[in-house]
Design a protein around this ligand. Structure first.
Ligand SMILES: Nc1ncnc2c1ncn2[C@@H]1O[C@H](COP(=O)(O)OP(=O)(O)O)[C@@H](O)[C@H]1O
Ligand SMILES: O=P(O)(O)OC[C@H]1O[C@](O)(COP(=O)(O)O)[C@@H](O)[C@@H]1O
Length: 314
């Protein structure tokens, strides 16, 4: 079972406009609402790939009810703690022909008692399980929560995966997460540098591994991804080409694809390929990727086996 935790779920209101003009009335061409939040997206794609998953998190208000309903429609197993104050955020994603802008909300108030309820659920996880902690933390929750959870579960041999930014990510490294997935911008932010190519991604990704992460997956948007695996081998995989429709959730899809690929094959090269194909398949569709989308890209990639695709660099 792969459990995901989303401290700050959302409804993603994804709209497209011809051009987005600040300070003026803009009207949409298309508008869609998706369930959102990083762990939830990971669970949705895992479910599409036939992997047993449960989404933990917190929900509040009528938007929380709507989120639960959307997940129920998709047959996603979700177990959310209902919190009393505030409402599940609505994250606004604005697409023009060549830009994507986002406004992500703050989220509801989660108190100590709510967090204790989450710990009670996590205490039921065992060695056979994986735990994905992903996304931002609402303002009232201690910003040490990810490291606190990993510390609490230490010794239970659960495979942990963390997809978060800055100190939220850095502070979990001493607990040896199985996988972390920064994108190149987030990686640069951690070290106060601009990552300008694969060599930089490898250099700084290795620093995160030296600090304790077992596997470091650095996603590079349309340039694909690199993986520094637990044995220190560096793999690179180009992204497939296609028409980009919506990149929201591409990173989360990559995490799901990587885990599914790893659990299925135990092979890091295939896991990386599956991760890249899942990320790209989501980028090439309005919704998150379907199993068929992912498998078609993976099949093409494996057939073509381009020279620099999935190969070991070192
Ligand atoms: N424009 C794109 N074209 C093709 N694939 C993409 C594109 N953007 C993202 N992807 C795929 O999704 C993966 C994750 O995307 P990325 O933007 O790096 O993550 P995040 O959403 O976390 O910022 C990439 O490694 C790639 O496989
Ligand atoms: O928790 P954060 O960092 O505010 O991010 C939440 C947003 O990220 C998403 O999970 C998408 O994440 P990615 O594009 O990085 O995969 C959206 O569904 C959600 O609106």
């Amino acid at each position: 079972m792969i459990a995901t935790v989303t401290f700050n779920p959302s409804l993603d209101y994804v709209i497209s406009v011809d051009s987005f003009i600040l300070g003026a009335l803009n009207r949409t061409n298309t508008e869609k609402i998706f369930p959102g939040g990083k762990g939830i997206n990971v669970s949705i794609v895992l479910h599409a790939l036939g992997i047993d998953t449960i989404a933990y998190g917190f929900e509040a208000g009528f938007t929380g009810t709507a989120l639960t309903h959307l997940l129920h429609q998709r047959r996603i197993q979700a177990d959310f703690i209902q919190v009393a104050n505030g409402f599940t955020r609505i994250n606004v994603k604005i697409r023009t022909a060549n830009t994507e802008s986002e406004i992500n909300g703050r989220g509801p108030e989660i108190d100590k008692k709510d967090i204790e309820l989450l710990y009670a659920k996590l205490d039921l996880l065992s060695e056979a399980d994986c735990l994905v902690l992903a996304g931002s933390i609402p303002p009232m929750v201690p910003q040490t929560i990810y490291e606190d959870i990993l510390c609490h579960l230490q010794g239970k041999k659960i495979k942990t995966i963390v997809d978060a930014t800055n100190h939220l990510l850095l502070n979990v490294l001493p607990y040896h997460p199985f996988l972390i997935k920064p994108n190149d911008i987030e990686l640069g932010e951690i070290f106060g540098v601009k990552i300008s190519g694969i060599a930089d991604s490898i250099t700084y990704g290795k620093k995160l591994q030296d600090s304790g992460a077992k596997n470091v997956l650095v996603s590079l948007g349309k340039k694909g991804a690199i993986l520094i695996d637990e044995f220190g081998t560096v793999h690179q995989c180009d992204a497939p080409k296609g028409k980009v429709l919506n990149t929201i959730g591409a990173g989360d899809s990559m995490v799901a694809g990587f885990l599914a690929g790893y659990l299925k094959t135990g092979d890091y090269k295939q896991a990386l390929r599956m991760g890249v194909c899942a990320g790209s398949a989501s980028a090439f569709s309005y919704d998150l990727a379907s199993r068929q989308d992912i498998e078609t890209l993976l099949c093409n990639m494996n057939q073509q086996s381009p020279v620099n695709d999935g190969k070991m660099l070192f």
